[in-house]
Ligand binder design. Structure first.
Ligand code: 6R9
Length: 651
């Protein structure tokens, strides 16, 4: 149960006094952002370098059937020029990216803005040489190496649309995304070291390319040195292609509403959706949130531990920080390799000022004991952040006391792939925090709590319901790639006039928001989004499986674990070997993050008379809460449930 009765932690007077935003400023700026969005965002848009300054600011409609979102629609700019070129005069020799490799062997790299410029320009010229033009799609399937950022910025420089695919995804998942956006080029690397193990990314790419239905070329970054099978005419080494290539490439003038990237994310039904973000509004929103949420100041070293395969890596490793001329740290490895002190060693080595991670990592590290933390110097840390899932107060308190020594404000940032940047978050010098609450809206964000059935707003405080957003903000996704109807149906159909987040929430007596989790069939496993439908379709693709239903189950470290109910085809018998085979199968079909935690063989699944699987009941059985199953009267065969309970986990 959500316990909203938590102690308030106010920012210290010293912190508030030197912060970009204190409480009075937050109140004043928030009020203005809501009452005069054109004035507010028009002014803040000046933080970007426009080729042609916009004369229009907001032109948006949440009207179902006519949803249209445009910001700064007559402005033009280039994202790479904003993230690199404009910093060259004043901070060309400042470090843009600190890269920390998987092995703790002292080979960390400091890449200055000048070096970043040279790498990105060359990379952009290579893409041009391969025939990539403005509007073409490029898939990036890379580990956490600087070339991932170079590739993204190179695309932005020439107006190509990138689609980053998390390197933990399987060949099938990669092929689905390459086909989905008809990418002209797929960028990958030979091997990806992570946590001391090496993934054969090029091998995965080769298997994916067998399933790609159009002509596409492959560009390979040499990272690990493992041998690769290079297909003549299709595959090229980056270092060979860069030979003799000029390190100047003119940035292409882009309209503010031209697409910057597509990022596939899980929904409650069907295949993952290609979330489309555009150029002007997205960059402005990630830059402003990066500065204010983390209270970023010149000279700070900022570290977000996410992977660039997720939106957090896009917005808060690459675009937001680089647009602000920041120093952003990129880490190839995992928090527990070579041991659970790795993060704090990196903090000490590089004097990290802002540290941003996920609750699942905090819980995992908390379980390893305090010594791993306290043996390193963390006095450089000013702000701690979390993202990805609700943080439980125990983990919050540990993060606060042990990691932050009780002196660093914690920003619990609620947002989504779709929102582009932070939506609900404390500002560290302004907002007193409560463990487990994402607190208050960022500038320009109008959250509302809706009654799930009536769809009407619940006024006042002390209310619970669906979290929706009443008006547009610059970082909002614009459409689903190639399917605007799906965009409208997913986010604007159920509750007319609002952006539907898919999350439930409570607004407490202090107007603070508490996210209660997804209200749809989306799982959140270690902060990674996964549709139950994706895991189910992987399971039924196995020849022994006739039907499958997947639900989330509470998990101490991952937040949610994956619990699968599986009915077998005639002629196949339940066994532990088959369970293992099915778990490995899903892992292979989607990727390691989707590997089931539990599989229960079920002769029948609880369905309504119309044939809809009642996941509510399956969730209760999985969580061992069968005393509170709720109404089962609409079930076609109520006795199925007794069998499921009796054979829970096939006891
Ligand atoms: C940025 C990101 C979005 C979903 C979102 C919600 C959950 C994210 C959260 C949080 C509670 C937070 N979520 N941040 N829940 N508190 N601070 O994670 O994007 O991968 O699209 O996931 O994650 O359920 O709807 P994405």
């Amino acid at each position: 149960m959500l316990d909203t009765d938590q102690k308030m932690h106010a920012p210290s007077d010293d912190f508030a006094a030197s912060a970009h935003i204190d409480r009075a400023r937050y109140d004043e700026m928030y009020a203005r952002s809501i009452h005069d969005p054109d004035g507010f965002w028009g002014e803040h848009a000046k933080r970007l370098d426009w080729i042609k300054a916009p004369t229009k600011v907001k032109n948006t409609s949440f009207d179902y059937g006519n949803v249209s979102i445009k910001w700064f629609e007559d402005g033009t700019l280039n994202v790479a020029a904003n993230c690199i070129d404009r910093h060259l005069t004043d901070r060309g020799d400042q470090t843009a990216i600190i890269w920390v490799p998987d092995e703790d062997d002292g080979s960390d790299q400091h890449i200055t803005y000048k070096q970043l410029s040279s790498h990105v320009n060359k990379f952009a010229n290579v893409l041009k040489k391969m025939g990539v033009e403005k509007g073409d799609r490029v898939v990036i399937y890379l580990p956490m190496i600087p070339q991932a950022a170079y590739a993204m910025l190179a695309c932005a420089r020439i107006g190509a649309v990138h689609s980053v695919v998390f390197a933990g995804f399987s060949p099938d998942a990669l092929a689905q995304r390459v086909n989905g956006c008809e990418a002209k080029v797929v960028i990958t690397s030979d091997g990806a070291p992570r946590g001391g193990k090496v993934t054969d990314l090029k091998g995965n790419t080769d298997r994916a390319m067998d399933k790609v239905t159009h002509d596409a070329q492959v560009l390979v970054v040499k990272r690990h040195g493992q041998p690769c099978n290079m297909v003549e005419g299709r595959d090229h080494w980056l270092h060979e292609m860069e030979d003799g290539v000029d390190d100047h490439c003119d940035p292409v003038e882009m309209n503010a509403e031209d697409p910057l990237f597509v990022l596939y994310t899980s929904g409650s039904t069907g295949a993952p959706k290609g979330v489309v973000h555009t150029t002007g509004g997205y960059l402005l929103y990630t830059a402003i949130t990066h500065e204010y949420t983390f209270d970023y100041k010149d000279g700070d070293v900022y570290w977000c531990t996410a992977d660039v395969g997720w939106v957090t890596g896009h917005s808060y490793i690459v675009y937001g920080p680089l647009a602000n001329g920041a120093t952003t740290l990129m880490f190839e490895g995992v928090p527990t390799y070579p041991d659970a002190g790795r993060c704090w060693k990196i903090v000490q080595d590089h004097k990290v000022a802002q540290f941003y991670t996920a609750p699942t990592a905090i819980r995992a590290l908390m379980g390893k004991g305090d010594d791993f933390v306290t043996k390193y110097d963390r006095s450089s840390i000013k702000v701690l952040g979390t993202v990805g899932e609700p943080i439980n107060p125990e983990a919050w308190n540990w993060y606060d006391k042990v990691v932050g020594e009780g002196r660093c404000p914690i920003v619990d940032t609620w947002w989504q792939t779709e929102t582009g940047g932070h939506m609900l978050t404390p500002l560290p010098g302004a907002t007193p925090t409560k463990p487990g609450s994402a607190t208050l809206p960022f500038f320009g964000i109008k959250p509302v709590v809706l009654d799930p059935e009536a769809g009407t707003e619940k006024d006042g405080n002390g209310v619970e319901g669906i979290l929706a957003i009443a008006d547009s903000w610059p970082g909002q996704m614009r459409t689903v790639y190639g399917d605007h109807e799906r965009f409208e149906n997913t986010y604007f159909q159920q509750y007319k006039g609002y952006y539907f987040s898919g999350d439930g929430c409570t607004r407490d007596e202090d107007s603070y928001y508490w996210i209660t989790g997804r209200v749809d069939d989306v799982l959140n496993v270690s902060g990674h989004r996964m549709g139950t439908a994706e895991v189910e379709s992987a399971l039924v693709a196995h020849p022994a499986v006739s039907e499958a239903a997947v639900v989330g189950v509470p998990h101490d470290v991952k937040g949610q674990g994956i619990y699968c109910y599986v009915s077998l085809m005639a002629g196949h018998d339940p066994s532990d070997d088959l369970k293992k085979e099915l778990a490995d199968w899903v892992r292979k079909e989607i990727g390691p993050i989707a590997k089931p935690d539990f599989i229960q063989f079920a002769p029948g699944l609880p369905k309504t008379r119309s044939g809809k699987i009642m996941r509510r009941i399956l969730r209760k059985v999985a969580a061992n809460e069968h005393d509170s199953l709720g109404d089962t009267s609409t079930l076609a065969e109520p006795e199925v449930v007794d069998d499921l309970i009796e054979h829970r986990l096939n006891r």
